[in-house]
Design a protein around this ligand. Structure first.
Ligand code: NAD
Ligand code: G6P
Ligand code: MN
Length: 450
């Protein structure tokens, strides 16, 4: 098996140590020659990198080299795989993305609604620059992008790099949900085969089978509607916010029993309630700053101080394992089936060809080969078309620096709907993001003064 050279862009991410643990757990499936971290924030990356170096020394002695840098060329030369996990504006701007809508009575969320739009408008430029740089230094590398908001980033990258066949956008949420299905069934998550359709953070499982072809959908539905649903993956199982989110699956599966929903649909199906439950000063961004970020940094500090991992507990999570299994299936042409984002091109028969949809695909060395979904029923098609128009309008707004398109996008979003509210949120967001969107800021002045 050829050993891969892996670059992780956003080396300082709170997910990196989990990814390192997953690379160790998956070393038979995805053997590595080298790991290189790249980040624009030297200090943030260094803490994570120093801890990773110790973990790798103890648990991955076969690895030929580990390296971290803020020099793009040094990082991106000779990569076979590049995993991209950046956050333009950091958690500080995520907090703004969530607080601003909330101050207008609207859901404040990282990827859904106005928060997703603001984060998308910040991420697109950096992502385009990165893909160009990766292609310059490593033209044949596979790029696995899971930078959020993945739906909007994927749509922008589709427009910018239409011919790039080695650029894949991916999200771990369906897999994290499947970990809980596997728990219900007493099976390993990688023994399950999903049937699924939708957009990123906006989709449904229509069936859950195992590799032998047995259909477990009704067992799972019954378990969820009778006993409830809980997160089981290590990263989220003990997080009160994720526990609440998974509990909502019971309600969604009861209200709309056709299919099993992605957890993120709670924001679109119960927007008023979701907004009412949020508390200013303690949105999810603040919980992540005080929770995941603090936990990961404390863990890294301890590993560095002890110069060993002996005194800490390190966990493997589905996030890393999923990305790695997908990468391995493309590297070695395994043909495994995973839910990923692809250009529709008829996969969902009654949605536009150019939609970036999230569907099960066979992962091969020629990229994802999606399985046909066929026609989807009216309710789901209607929901998806509204969300798709929102996503595409956000990307239009980016390219055209258009205040009107951004306003249309927010007005279409199910978490907003009301046009004057959309305008108030947009105006506050443009102000908060003026260092990221100077043109939109200028264009807003023009619209306001007209
Ligand atoms: P984080 O802020 O802790 O980490 C992001 C890192 O990227 C930081 O160290 C930052 O300095 C660096 N960075 C920012 N801009 C950069 C650039 N242009 N080039 C190189 N490095 C840059 O954020 P996090 O919470 O760990 O999340 C990382 C990303 O992964 C986010 O976009 C998050 O939404 C995403 N994510 C996605 C999924 C999914 O299912 N798609 C799952 C988990 C995380
Ligand atoms: C899931 C989603 C990601 C999201 C992550 C963390 O894995 O698929 O897209 O970034 O959760 O969300 P949180 O709100 O806990 O930061
Ligand atoms: Mn996701």
């Amino acid at each position: 098996m050829k050993k891969q050279n892996l670059v992780v862009v956003g080396g300082g991410s709170t997910y990196t140590i989990g990814m390192i643990m997953s690379l160790i757990a998956e070393k038979e499936n995805f053997p590595l020659a080298s790991i290189t971290f790249y980040d624009t924030n030297e200090e943030r990356q260094e803490k994570i990198a120093k801890a990773s170096e110790i973990i790798l020394r103890e648990k991955y002695p076969e690895l030929e080299s580990f390296h971290y840098t803020t020099d793009k060329e040094e990082a991106l030369r000779n990569a076979d795989f590049v995993f991209v996990q950046i956050r333009t504006g950091g958690l500080r701007m995520r907090e703004q993305d969530e607080e601003i809508p909330l101050s207008h009575g609207v859901v404040g969320q990282e990827t859904c609604g106005p928060g997703g739009m603001a984060y998308g408008l910040r991420s697109i430029g950096d992502m385009i620059e990165l893909v160009n740089d990766i292609r310059h230094y490593s033209p044949d590398a596979w790029i696995l992008n899971y930078t959020n908001p993945a739906a909007i980033v994927a749509e922008a990258l589709r427009r910018e790099f239409p011919e790039d066949k080695k650029l894949l956008n991916i999200c771990d949420m369906p897999a994290a949900i499947m970990v809980s299905y596997a728990g219900i069934l007493g099976k390993d998550v990688f023994d399950l085969v999903p049937e699924y359709f939708g957009l990123n953070h906006f989709g449904w499982f229509t069936k859950v089978l195992d590799k032998q072809g047995n259909d477990h959908t009704d067992t799972i539905k019954r378990a969820i509607t009778e006993d409830g649903f809980l997160p089981e993956d290590a990263e989220i199982a003990n997080d009160p916010s994720w526990i609440k989110t998974f509990k909502q699956v019971e309600r969604m599966a009861t209200d709309f029993p056709d299919y099993l929903p992605n957890t993120y649909l709670q924001y679109y199906l119960y927007p008023s309630e979701m907004a009412q439950k949020e508390v200013s000063g303690n949105t999810r961004a603040r919980q992540v700053i005080n929770g995941r970020e603090k936990r990961v940094h404390t863990l890294a500090d301890q590993i560095i101080a002890d110069d060993t991992t002996e005194n800490v507990e390190l966990e493997v999570d589905i996030h890393g394992r999923y990305m790695i299994r997908v990468a391995a299936s493309m590297a070695y042409n395994n043909g495994d089936i995973f839910i990923v984002m692809v250009e529709n091109n008829g996969t969902i028969a009654n949605l536009p060809d150019d939609a970036m949809v999230e569907v099960p695909s066979m992962m091969t060395s020629r990229g994802p080969k999606p399985f046909a979904v066929g026609h989807i029923p009216r309710f789901y098609k209607g929901l998806i078309e509204g969300q798709l128009a929102y996503e595409q309008l956000v990307v239009d707004a980016y390219y055209e620096n258009s205040y009107e398109k951004a306003l249309q996008a927010l007005t279409l979003n199910r978490t907003v709907v009301d046009a004057p509210t959309a305008r108030n949120i947009l105006d506050d967001m443009i102000e908060a993001n003026k260092e990221y969107w100077p043109e939109l800021h200028r264009n807003k002045q023009l619209v306001t003064n007209a």
